[in-house]
Design a protein around this ligand. Structure first.
Ligand SMILES: [Zn+2]
Length: 417
């Protein structure tokens, strides 16, 4: 269903016509910018459609359809990327989405959207559960998580408390990930660790003791966990990014002129940076295992000749993210290099990214090898949210690696800290 609406911008008094496609989310906050003056216009459609739309930045007037071509026009839909451009009768965001991916794939997208429609209302509860896990009272976490998941944990032993946490995370974040791929990868971690132990148990145990005793493992786990509620909080602008999973023609990084119907780049750029930071540290664990695998010593990096190699894992931790990959020779973990765009990350970290609300275009100035690049790079907000999603997925895989190491520590090493 679509609603045609019209509003007059408070700033420049120019009219915009809107065709708003309805999602099944019971509260639908929209945001776009006036095409004449660039001022943001927000409105929310609640349960009581047809009642007040809570406009800010504009005032609603009666819509007279069909719309003409001369008046400013925007298509809006929370669940799909929508096209920029003029009003074409019948080319509703929903119809365009079907054309783009077909009925079957749209049904898969819808399945995730329905999950999100139920989950977003529990964001506070989920955040609190994750806080409880990180806190000092595992018993309280157990009681609350059992209630939330409607299941019983085996016991209050660390391995079962951990199982509760990962069941929570897996269930809640299912709409954001590729369930089968995560399941396969996670299962392979356990076998992989056991194989390493069979080859050289002492070295593996040394490595894991090192991670645990320096509290590196615990910190990277907790810092990663903290980001999960924030990702759930970003479910609105992530919806169009999730849609792109089903669009075979989408190529990440290319400019996709499509609009996200709710955008707050400034609110999400920090999340992207934080995910990249956790990934950067998770990579230390990947590197330690890689060194064990190839050289039987977690501190031993390959000799690449051209550069001075890190002398230890600690040394490696301080290397900038972009250069870390160089030291992962023949890596056991297939790292999606698209997951983190180091140039974008640096630009965001150093406030070198500008955002144009009305076109949803991000302009950033990457620094390469210490040199300021004059040439700007651009990316649409939708592509940015896609990158955020892919980075989150990569972090999620490695978060499970941390879990597997914990299981190894508890069940095989028989240590619990
Ligand atoms: Zn205006």
């Amino acid at each position: 269903m679509n609603i045609n609406m019209s509003a007059i911008c408070d700033t420049c008094e120019v009219q915009t016509n809107m065709r708003v496609g309805m999602s099944n989310r019971d509260v639908q906050p929209f945001r776009f910018c006036c095409q004449s003056c660039g001022s943001p216009i927000d409105f929310t459609i609640g349960r009581n459609q047809g009642q007040g739309k809570d406009f800010t930045g504009a005032r609603q007037i009666p819509a007279r359809g069909p719309f003409d071509e001369k008046t400013n026009f925007v298509d809006l839909h929370l669940d799909f990327p929508v096209k920029f451009g003029k009003y074409v009768m019948g080319n509703t965001p929903f119809m365009m989405a079907i054309q783009q991916i077909g009925h079957d794939r749209l049904a898969m997208h819808n399945h995730r959207l329905n999950q999100l429609n139920a989950l977003y209302k529990k964001q506070g509860e989920i955040q609190n559960l994750i806080r409880l896990y990180s806190g000092r009272d595992p018993l309280l976490f157990r009681i609350r998580v059992e209630k939330f998941l409607r299941t019983k944990l085996k016991s209050s032993k660390p391995q079962d408390i951990n199982a509760g946490l990962y069941l929570l995370v897996s269930r809640v974040f299912e709409p954001f990930i590729n369930v089968h791929s995560v399941k396969e990868t996670v299962e392979s971690y356990t076998d992989f660790l056991i194989n390493l132990a069979n080859r050289n148990r002492v070295k593996l145990d040394d490595f894991i003791d090192h991670l645990a005793n320096t509290r590196f493992l615990r910190n990277v786990q907790l810092d990663g966990l903290e980001l999960y509620p924030a990702v759930l909080d970003a479910e609105l602008p992530l919806r169009p990014a999730l849609f792109l999973d089903f669009d075979k023609k989408y190529e990440g990084g290319g400019l996709s002129p499509a609009r996200v119907s709710t955008d707050k780049f400034n609110a999400y750029k920090d999340l992207y940076k934080d995910i990249a930071e956790v990934l950067n540290r998770q990579l230390v664990i990947v590197a330690g295992i890689n060194n064990l695998l190839h050289r039987d010593d977690y501190n031993a990096f390959p000799d690449l000749g051209r550069k001075k190699q890190p002398t230890s894992l600690n040394d490696f931790a301080d290397i900038p993210f972009g250069s870390k990959m160089d030291w992962l020779d023949n890596c056991w973990f297939y790292f999606d290099t698209d997951a983190v765009d180091n140039q974008l990350r640096n630009a965001i970290a150093h406030f070198k990214a500008e955002y144009d609300d009305s076109t949803q275009l991000i302009t950033y100035f990457p620094k390469l090898e210490g040199l300021e690049q004059e040439k700007a790079q651009t990316m649409y907000f939708l592509d940015f949210m896609r990158k955020l999603l892919i980075s989150f997925r990569e972090m999620h895989y490695l978060h499970h690696l941390v879990k597997s190491i914990y299981y190894y520590r508890i069940l095989i090493q028989k240590k619990d800290g």
